[in-house]
Ligand binder design. Structure first.
Ligand code: ATP
Ligand SMILES: Nc1ccn([C@H]2C[C@H](O)[C@@H](COP(=O)(O)O)O2)c(=O)n1
Length: 228
């Protein structure tokens, strides 16, 4: 650019549950001065609203009919990400086991995906310095022209151990089964399933520390910016 300002950079980070998408994306965005968007939080917010308003999440037509009702607003500061529904801070309530067990059903409904995809594209388009967007279909569907696409993976055992540590000693076997069930639902839905984009770089984080994964992604983004 003529004034020396860097072009905004769009980074898409996808992968199954517990591979480190949120931790990595937040840290990369903070380090590079970019915005950050947790798209899973948006699907969780939609699910929270459905549950709170008595919508049967196993009835796709009921979910579809209500999909345009909640106003979901995501704050994109990586050091202080926020999410509200109709002005209410739902950052805590969207992490309950109930929402976690119902989010795959809600996010499989095409009307839900259309609404949330539109929000995601609009946030990406207005991020002045660029944005790190994490989810399941960012590289394939939401932002197929992203400058850098990463697909994080890790063994189910590593992911379950990480999650049960986070859930203060929850049983690793039960956690592993729950993760795999959610991955299977997210990968097998018809509309925009969890998938690696053909041009995404896969990073297996099983034997990497979080700082190593962050450094790897920062390097990939910096190389892209430098035109390497
Ligand atoms: N490379 C790593 N090594 C060890 N622990 C990690 C690593 N990456 C992430 N973690 C930890 O694993 C847990 C899950 O990470 P995180 O929430 O970032 O994953 P996620 O892919 O965003 O999961 P979900 O899709 O379920 O939201 C967190 O407690 C995080 O600190
Ligand atoms: N781009 C996305 C992001 C998330 N989802 C759905 C599927 C996940 O199970 C759920 C919760 O995501 P998490 O908070 O665990 O990252 O949201 C999706 O369909 N597409």
């Amino acid at each position: 650019m003529e004034n020396g300002a860097a072009q905004p950079v769009i980074v898409a980070i996808d992968g199954p549950s517990g591979t480190g998408k949120s931790s990595t994306s937040k840290a990369v965005a903070a380090q590079l001065g970019l915005s950050y968007l947790d798209t899973g939080a948006q699907y969780r917010a939609m699910t929270w609203w459905m549950v709170t308003n008595g919508i049967d999440v196993d009835d796709p037509s009921a979910v579809a009919a209500a999909a345009d009702k909640p106003e979901i607003v995501s704050g994109t500061d990586p050091n202080h990400p926020t999410i509200t529904v109709d002005g209410v801070d739902v950052s805590g309530p969207i992490r309950t086991p109930e929402v976690t067990s119902k989010v795959s059903a809600v996010s499989a409904v095409p009307e839900v995906r259309a609404r949330i995809t539109e929000l995601q594209r609009s946030l990406a388009a207005t991020a002045e310095r660029g944005i790190v967007v994490e989810g399941r279909d960012i590289g394939t569907t939401v932002l197929p022209d992203a400058d850098v696409k990463i697909f994080l993976t890790a063994s189910p055992e590593a992911r379950a151990a990480r999650r049960s540590g986070e859930l203060k000693g929850a049983d690793v076997h039960t956690t592993r089964e729950a993760l795999l069930k959610r991955d299977a639902a997210d990968s097998s839905r018809k509309t925009s399933p969890l998938a690696k984009a053909d041009d995404a770089i896969e990073v297996d984080t099983t034997d990497l520390t979080l700082p190593q994964v962050i450094e790897c992604v920062v390097t990939l983004v910096e190389e892209k910016r430098a035109g390497k």
